[in-house]
Design a protein around this ligand. Structure first.
Ligand code: GDD
Ligand code: MN
Length: 416
């Protein structure tokens, strides 16, 4: 028996509605995990089998798996329906006339019967074992537990540098456009998480594209967040449905959340506390020390009374040394608590390279803002005031992006 497809607004009810098709469980359901599928007939059976093996141990009789299939041409829904005979904890929705990953997930949550809702890919790229760790965190009181590629124990398997860059670029864009949402987790693109029903029930959800987690954080009432590292596996079969269109949808989603004014009270409260001021101050002091290092080296190399090298060559070296100076102090002082947890030369080198990349972006921004202000806003006057503002903007950028992507401090307990 297939689950009837809900209609109307994408809204999760505070209390589960009676589900005629739901398995008559001897225990109340504690976890409802949605598996969105489109053309996954090659992997679905294996995912379900692995999940059942895990959850029969962890939550005997007290979980349900909900496949929401968008009428796949390969009939994933029919295969799933077939599997329900063997696995009574499995329920299946065949969705027609509506498509898309994020809305599929919410439709699944609408028919869910448990107090904890979740989502996981059905293509084996999300390792099922991580689910139990996520579960541990929500049972311990987290409103949201996210599987992350960017905390300890996390990663991607065989991604090219270009792909990593693209993924990080999307995250930076989000950090700039919607910091109070995107800045709260290390992997805002994750499609593998558990959330308390109470944290997401109520608001009408309007996700665009793939990134359902943005919607949950942006419109839900999510206070405590936990993260669990996982390695994003390569696809063994079938293919990804991500296309270039998803990048456009992502941008649209960010802007919609930004301008909707639908942000929860909690997030508004939170954003005022987003900037760790003491850390920012240390970052500023280190930046200032860099100015002196730059000046001193420039003097030593280019002054007629010393080495008298060419100005450009001297300046490039001076700036390079200043940057290394700043990195060393930031690593040892500004972000000492973070770097002490990630020791070793290769980790340090990686941080240095990221620092240089991020600060190069900052330099670009610096020049851009200076030009915009001086030429467009101030009408060719007040270059020093313009420069001061440009420096402030670039410093904030350098600080914020380094905080979120380089010396990563999540405001959450890490998975040990
Ligand atoms: N019902 C439904 N409708 N399911 C869909 C649709 C859709 O339109 N598009 C994709 N899915 C299902 C797939 O069948 C798969 O189970 C899951 O959603 C993820 O889709 P993929 O196409 O495999 O995405 P990906 O591997 O490139 O991206 C995944 O990883 C990203 C990084 O963590 C997804 O989980 C993304 O959400 C995630 O951001
Ligand atoms: Mn996938």
């Amino acid at each position: 028996m297939l689950i009837p497809q809900p209609a109307g607004a994408l809204q999760v009810p505070a209390r589960p509605s009676n589900q005629a098709d739901a398995p008559a469980a001897s225990h109340p359901i504690q976890l409802s995990l949605v598996l969105p599928t489109y053309q996954e007939s090659q992997t679905l059976a294996s995912v379900v089998r692995q999940l059942v093996a895990l959850l029969d141990q962890a939550l005997p009789q007290a979980y349900e798996l909900i496949v929401v299939d968008d009428d796949s041409p390969d009939q994933t829904w029919a295969l799933a329906a077939e599997l329900t005979r063997q696995f009574p904890q499995l329920r299946v929705m065949r969705r027609q006339g509506e498509r898309g990953l994020s809305s599929a997930v919410i439709r699944g949550w609408q028919v869910a019967t448990g107090p904890v809702l979740g989502v996981m890919d059905a293509d084996l790229q999300h390792p099922p074992q991580a689910l139990l760790k996520l579960l541990g965190h929500v049972q311990a009181g987290a409103d949201l537990a996210v599987a992350s590629r960017h905390v300890e124990g996390g990663g991607v398997s065989e991604w090219s540098l270009a792909r990593r860059f693209l993924s990080r670029g999307a995250q930076v864009l989000g950090l700039v456009l919607l910091p109070s949402v995107v800045g709260r987790v290390s992997d805002p693109m994750s499609g593998f998480f558990l959330v308390q029903r109470s944290a997401i029930a109520g608001p009408i959800l309007a996700p665009a594209g793939y990134k359902i987690l943005l919607e949950v954080i942006g419109r839900g009432n999510v206070e405590q967040i936990a993260e669990v590292g996982y390695v994003f596996q390569e696809r063994a079969a079938g293919e990804s449905k991500v296309t270039w269109r998803q990048y456009g949808a992502y941008l649209q989603h960010l802007l919609k959340l930004r301008f909707d004014g639908h942000r929860s009270r909690w997030n508004r409260l939170k954003s005022s506390r987003q900037l760790p001021l003491a850390r920012l101050l240390r970052f500023g002091v280190v930046g200032l020390s860099g100015v002196f290092v730059d000046m001193a080296v420039l003097y030593l190399l280019s002054d007629p009374s010393t080495l008298a090298w060419g100005l450009t060559r001297s300046k490039v070296i001076a700036a390079g040394i200043a940057m290394i100076n700043n990195f060393v102090w930031n690593d040892a002082w500004t972000f000492a608590d973070v770097s002490s947890r990630q020791q070793g030369w290769s980790a340090r080198l990686k941080r240095l390279l990221k620092f240089v990349a991020i600060c190069s972006g900052g330099l670009f921004l610096n020049v851009l803002v200076l030009n915009l202000l001086f030429n467009q806003v101030f009408g060719g006057q007040g270059r020093y005031l313009a420069n001061l503002i440009a420096i402030a903007v670039a410093t904030l950028w350098n600080f914020w992006i380094n905080l979120k992507l380089n010396w990563r401090v999540t405001q959450v307990p890490r998975d040990k």
